[in-house]
Design a protein around this ligand. Sequence first.
Ligand code: ZN
Length: 417
Amino acid sequence: MKTPGKYSFGLGDRFGHQGEAQLKAIIEASKHGIEITPVWNKSNREHITIGTEPSDVRIEADMVTKNAGFKKDYFVDADHINFDTVDRFIESSDFFTIDVASYIGKKAEEAEIKEFVSSVKKYEGTLKIPGIKRSFNISREQIIQIAEKYLFAAFKAWDIFRKIEKIKGAGNFITEVSMDEVPVPQTPVEMFFILRMLASESIPVQTIAPKFSGRFNKGVDYVGDPQDFAAEFESDLMVIDFAIKEFGLPHDLKMSIHSGSDKFAIYPHIGSIIQKYGKGIHIKTAGTTWLEEVIGLAVSGGEALDFVKEIYYEALEKIDELSAPYSDVIDIRIDNLPLRGEVSGWDAVKFAASLRHISGNQNYNPDMRQLVHVAYKLAANKMDSFFRLLDKYENKVSESVYENIYFRHICRLFGIK
Ligand SMILES: [Zn+2]
């Protein structure tokens, strides 16, 4: 059976130019004793916006690993696929993020719900999950409610899983189940019964992505109390640990955090909690590599700086259109966006520092960063000039990508000094 290893990192590379720089960060971590399996992820939405195919991600991953002589495992993730979108991903992917969010809340048949409820009868009453101080009082009604909310989604996860398995064969791919793109976080008790549902559907889930409280806006830091997150994360970890033993789920089942990138405030908590229990983790970052490309072009100055400034001006004009598909995962304070007249006078250093996620820097502007993050479509419309500039200023661009992933993400998460 394929396994993502103890630590894995989801890398987004929307335009397919930064695989080498991303891999360099993974290789550097290994030199410091942290083995991370790289997983290149790209969602259907990103493919559609840019006009790429899932096979492009495979070609890039194969090429950069081959060129670097990287002999360890790596994966290509069909990110957030569902029954309708999975088909074109099957051949070239070997990691599938089965997104059941849109099926949550749809009811399974009465008889199916009844059957599930009676199959978990033994958990009614007081439920003690090792590692969690408080115990849970589970009523029949509560189980019925959970079944009404999640059982249908578990059935759909099975349908999607089978569709993939029929073509790829058992054990030849990683199965992730994601339910992060919903409004309300799952409670530990819900997680427990969801895992039971996946187990009874015989889905060999290896990573599971729950929804956590707080906001995980794209490309910027966590919004919420990191201590609350830590408590929630630790409980979920204990639930997973218990469910593996209790339901016979794959022993390497681990938590997947769809971070949306840059959740620096919670990285130290994640790091210390997984260390405490010796657990693994999959951290998925969003396509913020694109932002690093913009920063790399900005610091290159001249025509490259002009190009990214133009993208920003256009983004200001099209802010509603660009933000709409991402409304749940961005919070842009429009008043905080510098206008064209102001930005036109900025030099390379100022423009780059406004976008680079260094919170102590007085120029850093998270609103501008979020806007540029969702503006990648504008570069896709000028692909020829964009790619020409990426090639011409490759050194600065790949340096920016590498520094971001290695120093700001990996070092913080794994405590590399
Ligand atoms: Zn997600």
